[in-house]
Design a protein around this ligand. Structure first.
Ligand SMILES: Cc1cc2nc3c(=O)[nH]c(=O)nc-3n(C[C@H](O)[C@H](O)[C@H](O)COP(=O)(O)OP(=O)(O)OC[C@H]3O[C@@H](n4cnc5c(N)ncnc54)[C@H](O)[C@@H]3O)c2cc1C
Length: 388
């Protein structure tokens, strides 16, 4: 069986690449082992798909080569995808931080892509296993051996194996001698053990605004932080998890924009009879944690300058070292992947293997939380679709 372009994976990037190649008149076949296409799109953004972000910029993506993503992101922008969504009549709205969501179901995005692929003449094979990819190219599938001069690998990363994620794309890359940056979970809750977890146990379920950074990195995120039964989650933690490495401390400001030390010094003058924890204008469970961390007890009036400074530190520079992360089971994305040095940033084609392309999450480009990862999938898929 011959085609012009075989796309491996019918997720966000694969569907986009397939549509674009088919619109150029190429005979395109998109293959996926799942029973339905675009499953991650369907469940994304709480079922409403945060399909892009108004503030796409290369520094909001992690990669060994942060400049790599620039070309594709510039050639097919968030405005281009928004225009596509508008043409399809899909209503959307902006949430915080430039994040764009469907008003209705994320299924509308999947339906739009599948419809566009069919209208352009592309074929879609679901429930089809993939085997070896050999030079030439020959692709082994559950429905026989296929031949095509172009193969686009769009099988995503390793996040959420229950949804069909595999390391397949990395194997294909390595089979052709292309380097792969070891994949690791990103946008993932962080976990704690032993005494540290016990000290936070009473806070499970509490959500607070926070500014979260990590030792050794300059970046911080000002978003919600959620205490869980196993550790920390919420958008600020998911974001910083992509920058966190084992053994490093998180540096957390639990009251960003405030000066707790100064607030307490003022309160000491007119409300000094209160217990320190009650004098802190924080949720009570959090106030108790902070007081314990600072090793302070008793009434506010009894606290000297050093104690107030320790309380200020405990709130504004709370340092905790996670034991690990929730891992692939819940990670929203995969860091690492096919090394961008092996790829042409304009086309996503492997420099050493003409006709072989890698797009989307399988590539070592990982976005922040907030629509950045889909935009990478759209932009990189589009880029490959122009030439494959
Ligand atoms: C719960 C969750 C919510 C998310 N929400 C958002 C969001 O709101 N906004 C955002 O920007 N990003 C979000 N993401 C991230 C986003 O879903 C991914 O970055 C994006 O889907 C990557 O697109 P992709 O096409 O590269 O890979 P995928 O969408 O993962 O598609 C890969 C496809 O390849 C198929 N496949 C894999 N291995 C094989 C194999 N061996 N044989 C055959 N087929 C195979 C899979 O079945 C899948 O259909 C979310 C992720 C998760 C897990």
């Amino acid at each position: 069986m011959e085609r012009d372009v075989i796309v491996l994976g019918a997720g966000a990037a694969g569907l986009m690449a397939g549509i674009e190649a088919a619109r150029r008149g190429r005979r395109v076949l998109v293959i996926d082992h799942a029973a339905a296409p675009g499953e991650k799109i369907r469940i994304s953004g709480g079922g409403r798909c945060n399909f892009t972000n108004r503030h796409i910029a290369p520094e909001r993506f992690l990669s060994q080569n942060p400049r790599f993503a620039l070309s594709a992101l510039k050639r097919y922008t968030q405005a281009d995808f928004i225009a596509r969504v508008d043409r399809a009549g899909i209503a959307w709205h902006e949430k915080t931080l430039g994040q764009l969501f469907c008003d209705g179901s994320a299924r509308q995005i999947v339906d739009m892509l599948v419809r566009d692929l069919a209208q352009a003449g592309g074929e879609l094979w679901l429930g089809t296993t993939l085997g070896a990819v050999r030079p030439g190219f020959e692709v082994e599938t559950g429905r026989g051996t296929l031949r095509a001069p172009s193969v686009i690998v769009a099988t995503g990363g390793k996040s959420i194996p229950k949804m069909g994620a595999t390391g397949y794309g990395y194997q294909v890359a390595e089979g052709f001698g292309l380097p792969v940056i070891p994949p690791r979970p990103g946008l993932v809750p962080l976990t704690f053990t032993d005494g540290r977890l016990a000290s936070m146990a009473a806070l499970a379920g509490l959500s607070v605004p926070a500014r979260v950074g990590v030792e050794g990195a300059r970046i911080t995120f000002d978003e919600g932080l959620l205490f869980t039964h196993r550790g920390l989650s919420g958008p600020s933690i998911l974001q910083i998890s992509s920058y966190w490495h084992e053994g490093r401390a998180l540096v957390i400001d639990l009251a960003p924009g405030r000066d707790i030390g100064a607030e307490l010094a003022l309160a000491r003058d007119d409300r000094g009879g209160r217990e320190v924890a009650n004098a802190l204008d924080l949720p009570e469970r959090l106030a108790r944690l902070v007081v314990a961390e600072a090793g302070v007890s008793g009434r506010l009036a009894a606290q000297g300058k050093p104690a107030l400074a320790r309380l200020g530190d405990a709130v504004h520079r709370w340092q905790v070292v996670p034991a690990g992360s929730e891992g692939w089971r819940t990670a929203e994305v995969t860091l690492g992947g096919v090394d961008t040095t092996a790829l042409d940033s304009r086309t996503m084609m492997a420099r050493a293997v003409p006709g072989l392309f890698f797009v989307g999450e399988v590539v070592d480009v990982t976005g922040w939380l907030g629509g950045y990862n889909f935009q990478w999938a759209w932009s990189s898929g589009w880029a490959a679709g122009q030439v494959a």
